[in-house]
Design a protein around this ligand. Structure first.
Ligand SMILES: Cc1cc2nc3c(=O)[nH]c(=O)nc-3n(C[C@H](O)[C@H](O)[C@H](O)COP(=O)(O)OP(=O)(O)OC[C@H]3O[C@@H](n4cnc5c(N)ncnc54)[C@H](O)[C@@H]3O)c2cc1C
Length: 318
């Protein structure tokens, strides 16, 4: 049996940020991750300057494709609202691999299935043993399922369903566009060129509201891509978008039970207005590292629950 003081399940931004910080604080950590990196991740890859603050590097030092966004064109009820801003976009395929590599902790490719609690330890699939266990496995994290569900149910009203496609194409416009409530979508649709010919487009919305309207997220995808084509923003309609679900940030949820912690999407931490989850994933990962290494409290309630103030007033720290 392989033993590590701390085991992190999942090596996305939450898990890798947490691992790096724990290692820097002198802790022995192991990441169990089901996919080998680099791996695709369904995400628009929009990040705020505060993410770079958390990562401790200026954006210019990020070694992969980075698009700086200085203006976003919002559309609401047919009205176009251009907003000056200061945001960034990355490709998650590259960003996540960069993050997990810079954590410099051992990573084992393993899909966690079964977790058993003993008097002092947690045993994973009869192969790994630890004193502290961190659930960073995203929406379907097995640590959440074992220790926090069903008593800590995540309400369906907070569930977001989204589909997107990131692909190389001759995109016809370089601006970033976001349409709210288009064709009755209970959420928003985006067009985000990232440079080097990479374009990310997608639609996301509240699952329960879509269900009540008897509309599928793919119906919205088809309407949206047709519209982009009609607006001459794309020259052909891409097929086979990839979908994913995640939860919005609720206050006062339980994210620690004894020596088990939840971070990132495993805890459900995306912002209520834009579904932005990368910042919260990294922040919560760093918080848990401090909580374990310095015996501090873990209070993710202090994380921002809205993104728009930071977009409209990019200089203002939330
Ligand atoms: C379509 C879409 C667009 C989005 N756009 C944005 C955006 O532009 N900006 C933003 O900030 N947020 C965005 N989000 C949200 C963002 O993607 C997530 O909040 C973020 O990825 C959470 O990071 P995480 O590390 O918690 O989880 P993840 O990134 O999901 O990482 C979890 C990791 O755990 C691994 N794992 C899962 N199960 C197991 C298991 N059993 N055993 C071992 N490993 C396991 C997975 O392989 C994965 O690598 C978007 C989400 C979607 C769906």
């Amino acid at each position: 049996m392989r033993k590590s003081d701390i085991i992190i399940v999942g090596g996305g931004p939450a898990g890798s940020a947490c691992a790096r910080q724990l290692r820097k604080l002198g802790q022995k950590v192991l990441i169990l991750e089901k996919k080998s990196f680099p791996r695709p991740k369904v995400c628009a890859g929009w990040i705020t300057p505060k993410v770079f603050d958390l990562l401790g590097i200026p954006p210019e030092e990020y070694p992969y494709l980075l698009r700086q966004i200085n203006r976003i064109h919002f559309y609401l009820l047919g009205i176009k609202i251009p907003v000056k801003t200061h945001q960034y976009a990355v490709r998650r395929y590259e960003f996540d691999e960069w993050m997990i590599c810079r954590s410099h902790v051992p990573i084992v490719t393993h899909t966690v299935k079964n977790i058993v609690k003993t008097q002092e330890d947690y045993i994973i699939d009869d192969k790994y043993r630890c004193k502290y266990l961190i659930g960073a496995g995203g929406t379907h994290c097995p640590v959440f399922k074992k220790f926090f569900s069903p008593s800590n149910q995540r309400p369906e009203k907070d569930l977001i369903i989204a589909v997107e496609k990131e692909y190389r194409c001759n995109y016809l416009e370089t601006g970033c566009h976001i349409w709210f409530f288009d064709h009755g979508l209970p959420g928003y649709a985006w067009y985000l060129p990232k440079g080097n010919g990479w374009l990310n487009i997608g639609v996301g919305g509240k699952f329960l509201k879509l269900k009540a309207r008897k509309k599928n997220i793919l119906d919205h995808w088809h309407e949206f891509t047709k519209k982009l084509n009609q607006l001459s923003l794309i020259d052909n309609i891409p097929e086979h978008p990839r979908g994913h679900t995640y939860y919005l940030h609720r206050k006062r949820q339980t994210n620690r039970r004894e020596n088990v912690f939840l971070i990132g999407d495993a805890a459900g931490m995306a912002t209520l207005d834009m579904g932005e989850g990368i910042h919260a994933a990294i922040s919560s990962g760093l918080m848990v590292a401090e909580a374990i290494a310095k015996d501090k409290e873990y209070i993710p309630d202090s994380l921002p629950r809205f993104s728009l103030p930071g977009i409209f007033m990019p200089g203002k720290k939330q």
